[in-house]
Design a protein around this ligand. Structure first.
Ligand SMILES: NC(=O)c1ccc[n+]([C@@H]2O[C@H](COP(=O)([O-])OP(=O)(O)OC[C@H]3O[C@@H](n4cnc5c(N)ncnc54)[C@H](O)[C@@H]3O)[C@@H](O)[C@H]2O)c1
Length: 273
């Protein structure tokens, strides 16, 4: 399973303790890594892809139905249907948003960029940032200057925030944030202006601001289920070769590494808050 308890997320010790008390062992799918430390299977691409779709759609909704509640999201039969819907709305609006993808070189980030391109957003309107651009340390005015900000970073240590409440209260272009990374309860969340996950039924949070311009944020942590066909096929293809090694896991490095990591995390419960 994806237990989301190795990065000290809210309730991490409770989750881990249940494995210990039940004499179990967690092979966390997020931490099945090959010898170079790369994940063998991940949902990232389609998380970014659909996150970008929600971001663009939320922006369209703000232009076409200002003030109305954002509709419930339901899964799509395939990506072509989703792309066609976005294109139709963008055509109705007659202008194209500027979108910034943070962590653009990663799995989620490349998915987010791919969706923006497929929706017909021109390259100059797709701002791609990764480690090099954020090395100077946040917060970043550049995020305030786009319409849609899609955060796709893999957070591994404490970093200065990307955005602050002060910036949101000031003059800005930004009206939609999609936090694909969803480090919602992580103490180092680089978007420290919210602390709950949203859902397909209520996809957008209204972020309070002294600025009259709305700012809505999506923090759905199961975005790939919006395109179940493509995301399942991709994940299965990537995981299968490793899964077939499981019966002999005592000698399969992917599984032995995952077991070692579980034991380390269990041990760390005694010394970490
Ligand atoms: N919301 C969802 O449904 C969903 C689904 C899958 C994954 N995720 C999450 O998305 C996140 C990213 O996953 P991934 O598989 O794309 O990771 P990844 O490692 O493939 O990519 C992360 C990218 O972020 C960049 N990055 C890291 N720190 C940065 C910083 N400070 N500034 C700029 N760029 C930075 C890295 O260089 C890398 O290119 C993870 O937290 C994962 O849990 C969310």
């Amino acid at each position: 399973m994806f237990a989301h308890c190795y990065k000290r997320q809210g309730g991490w010790k409770d989750v881990l303790s249940r494995f210990v008390e039940g004499n179990g062992l967690l092979y966390d799918l997020e931490f099945l890594n090959d010898e170079s430390g790369r994940r063998v299977a991940a949902f990232g691409f389609y998380a970014g892809f659909t996150g970008s779709a929600v971001g663009i759609d939320a922006w369209c909704h703000q232009q076409l139905n200002a003030g109305e509640k954002y509709p419930v999201i339901t899964p799509y039969p395939n990506e072509d249907v989703l792309i066609a819907e976005t294109k139709e709305k963008l055509a109705k609006i007659g202008k194209l948003p500027k979108i910034m993808v943070m962590g653009a070189m990663g799995r989620c980030g490349s998915g987010a960029v791919s969706y923006a391109r497929k929706a017909g957003i021109p390259e100059e309107n797709i701002i791609k940032w990764d480690m090099a651009e954020t090395a100077k340390g946040g917060p970043f005015q550049e995020i305030m200057d786009v319409d849609i900000f899609v955060n796709c970073i893999y957070l591994s240590s404490q970093i200065p925030p990307f955005v602050t409440q002060q910036q949101i209260d000031a003059e800005r272009q930004l009206s939609v944030i999609v936090d694909v990374s969803c480090d919602t309860t992580n103490p180092f969340n680089p978007i420290p202006i919210y602390n709950v996950n949203t859902t397909f039924d209520n996809a957008l949070l209204d972020i309070p601001s002294t600025n009259a311009k709305p700012l809505q944020l999506c923090s759905i942590d199961h975005l790939p289920t919006m395109l179940p066909r493509e995301s399942s096929n991709q994940f299965s293809e990537d995981l299968l070769p490793t899964l077939l090694q499981l019966p002999t896991h005592t000698s399969a490095p992917v599984w032995t590494r995952a077991k070692k990591l579980f034991n380390e995390k269990v041990e760390s419960m005694a010394t970490t808050d």
